[in-house]
Ligand binder design. Structure first.
Ligand SMILES: N[C@@H](CCC(=O)N[C@@H](CS)C(=O)NCC(=O)O)C(=O)O
Length: 271
């Protein structure tokens, strides 16, 4: 297939070797790979996202605290329909609607449910993002990226966000408990067991017999977009945490997160 017929997938550029690391682009890459669609990646450095989206006429879907438009990735351009889409969830819905003969990202009538899951999962990981060590931005733009992030956060330097050893450990404990609560979805428990994960990630109540161990995916032997949402955040941690911290997260909840990332490796190809 000539590159003219391929979907163009705009992803955030890392340092060499070019690889996906940001969570939202990971959701889209999983989706494209799972559906087996032909695509090519266009890598964009963070400081170039604004001008690219404006040039292509793709409206921003986030807003900075001061009310100005916040341009983000991913974005796809599909020559089959001429469509340009710049929001992860919209992209997933579009791909299922446009390519129904390919594996489905959404089980029937679960788009609303998955949108709520997306917001919930984004919230948990975003509140613990300070546990990462460093995102693998290209060194050539690192200073510019740091300045953009510092300005956005209203601080002079990102060093203002450095956690003490004790604060970090507290955050790890809280993160493990939050993921423990999330893990109940894999065991199909939750509504009836109020809160079975205590600080430190220890399970204090057992799920009903037969549901002690969930599979790698939320429902069944194949992943759905809901699994990609969590997998995308885990891939960001894998790329950005210190290796020993990432091993720690992989092992939580009986190794569920490691199992999920490993099971998703089939759809993790970067092309
Ligand atoms: N609602 C958007 C959010 C996308 C988003 O926040 N993307 C981040 C990467 S995960 C981004 O492009 N950030 C650019 C920046 O921080 O300047 C979506 O789901 O596509």
């Amino acid at each position: 297939m000539s590159s003219d017929n391929k979907i163009t997938f705009y992803d955030i550029a890392s340092g060499p070797p070019l690889r996906t690391f940001a969570p939202n682009p990971w959701k889209t890459r999983f989706a494209l790979n799972f559906k087996g669609l032909a695509y090519q990646t266009q890598w964009v450095h963070i400081p170039g996202i604004d001008s690219l989206r404006q040039k292509l006429g793709c409206p921003a879907n986030r807003t900075h605290a001061d009310g100005t438009p916040f341009h983000t990735l991913p974005m796809i351009q599909d020559p089959k329909t001429g469509k340009l889409i710049g929001d992860t969830f919209e992209i997933a819905l579009y791909l299922d609607a446009t390519y129904p003969d390919r594996p489905s990202l959404f089980h029937p009538l679960t788009a609303g449910l998955t949108a709520a899951w997306n917001a919930h999962v984004d919230g948990i990981f975003t509140s613990n993002v300070m546990l990462i060590d460093k995102m693998p931005f290209d060194p050539s733009v690192q200073k510019e990226v740091d300045a953009i992030f510092a300005k956005r956060a209203g601080v002079r330097s990102l060093d203002d966000f450095k956690l003490s050893v004790e604060q970090r450990e507290q955050m790890f404990v809280a993160f493990e408990a939050a993921l423990g609560d999330l893990a109940k979805a894999w065991q199909h428990t939750g509504g009836t067991t109020d809160y079975c994960w205590a600080q430190g990630g220890k399970q204090t109540q057992q799920p009903p017999p037969g549901r002690e161990q969930g599979g790698a995916f939320l429902d069944g032997d194949e992943p759905a977009y809901a699994d990609f949402i969590v997998g995308a955040w885990l891939k960001m941690l894998e790329a950005s945490m210190k290796p020993e911290d990432w091993q720690r997260v992989r092992g939580w909840q009986g190794g569920l997160w490691g199992r999920l990332v490993d099971a998703l490796s089939k759809w993790s190809e970067i092309k």
